[in-house]
Design a protein around this ligand. Structure first.
Ligand code: ZN
Length: 70
């Protein structure tokens, strides 16, 4: 059940049309890597980040879930 929630949250982000390449990443932009967990990241989220964080709120949700899964 937890895995299903994780996957749907990840897909929401992978669907983003405004993802950016590494060269396009700027301060204040979410640097969450899109794509498979075991693939080298090519595109990044690029949404405005939460203040003081490196990810936007959607990606923080996913990132923290990844940590918990260790
Ligand atoms: Zn993001």
């Amino acid at each position: 059940m937890v895995k299903e929630i994780f996957d749907s949250a990840l897909l929401e982000v992978l669907d983003k049309e405004d993802s950016v390449s590494f060269a396009e990443l700027k301060a204040g932009r979410c640097r969450f890597p899109l794509g498979g967990i075991n693939e080298p990241p090519v595109r990044f989220c690029g949404s405005p980040t939460v203040i003081g964080a490196i990810y936007c709120k959607d990606c923080m949700r996913i990132a923290y879930r990844r940590v918990e899964r260790r």
